[in-house]
Design a protein around this ligand. Structure first.
Ligand SMILES: [Zn+2]
Length: 291
């Protein structure tokens, strides 16, 4: 943890405007992942896991041929593309060709894939090695409530879409870090990922404790009416721009006062892409902290 990320102060004390919300406050910890080189001894997103050398690496046994996204790429090719995009961004360069170094990486990737295809079962017959998604130490995320003596949560997923919601299949492991003596140095990788976004970039974390309130989609009809009642905000003397928010205080509440965006543990679900419905990923996040 070498850097600190701090959520700006909320523009309004929401419980002063809506004291009825106070019982719904939930603690959360924002992770603030940023690209870096985390070690197995650190909390991370997409970083190396403290995985015992003698323990089998998790594989997904599901069938993955029925829903091809059309965007399947090898992890090595996704990393190469990200490297090129970073160079384009850094150099303010148009999307030119590859540098000699990038060409060499591409050839090396192709050679390794050919080698693997010769030695291992083809992708269609091969259980899929899962990818590290997050590793969270209790010392960094005290909201976690691990079983027994465990102090480390490890989250992996299979980078293919799975039924019924076309999402990666997740697997969670609790362990005691002190019990891991020999670390698995080179975990197996899947042949491909169904979407480049399913390959987390190694990131270090800067956990930040915050308090959240429900997204308006999670409020009862009565509570929602209170949030939408502009006179409540006025009566409380809240310093809110009436020209911008009087017509829809609900949007102001959702954007500035309810739940935080991004990676987090605990708190309330950050509805955005869907309305509230059973969502495995969000449920997993909540179960981590038993909120
Ligand atoms: Zn799978």
């Amino acid at each position: 943890m070498v850097f600190v990320r701090t959520t700006p102060p909320r523009p309004v004390d929401v419980t002063a405007v809506l004291p009825e919300l106070a019982p719904l406050a939930r603690p959360a910890i924002r992770l603030h992942p940023r690209p870096g080189s985390p070690s197995a001894g650190e909390s991370s997103v997409g970083g190396p896991l403290l995985w015992p050398a003698e323990e089998p690496w998790p594989h997904c046994e599901a069938s993955h041929l029925h829903v091809d996204s059309g965007f399947r790429q090898s992890p090595a090719d996704v990393r190469l593309m990200r490297r090129r995009q970073a160079r384009w961004h850094r150099d303010h360069d148009g999307r030119g060709g590859m540098t000699p170094e990038e060409e060499a990486i591409k050839e090396r990737n192709a050679a390794r894939l050919t080698e693997r295809l010769d030695a291992d079962p083809p992708p269609a017959d091969c259980p899929v090695p899962m990818l590290p998604v997050a590793q969270l130490y209790l010392r960094d995320i005290p909201l976690l409530q691990p079983p027994g003596q465990a102090d480390l949560l490890q989250v992996l997923w299979c980078p293919y879409d799975h039924d019924p919601h076309h999402k990666p299949a997740t697997a969670l492991f609790w362990r005691s870090a002190a019990e891991v003596v020999d670390i698995l140095a080179t975990p197996p990788e899947p042949y491909e990922v169904n979407d480049d976004g399913y390959l987390p970039e190694p990131c270090v974390l800067a956990p930040e404790a915050i308090t959240e309130y429900p997204n308006s989609l999670d409020l009862s009809p009565q509570m929602l009416l209170m949030v939408q009642d502009w006179s409540r905000w006025q009566a409380a003397g809240a310093d809110v721009d009436s020209s911008e928010h009087a017509d829809c205080p609900r949007d102001f509440y959702d954007v500035h006062l309810a739940d935080a965006p991004g990676w987090k543990v605990g708190g309330w679900p950050p509805w955005g892409r869907t309305d509230p419905n059973p969502d495995t990923a969000l449920s997993v996040m909540c179960r981590w902290s038993r909120c």
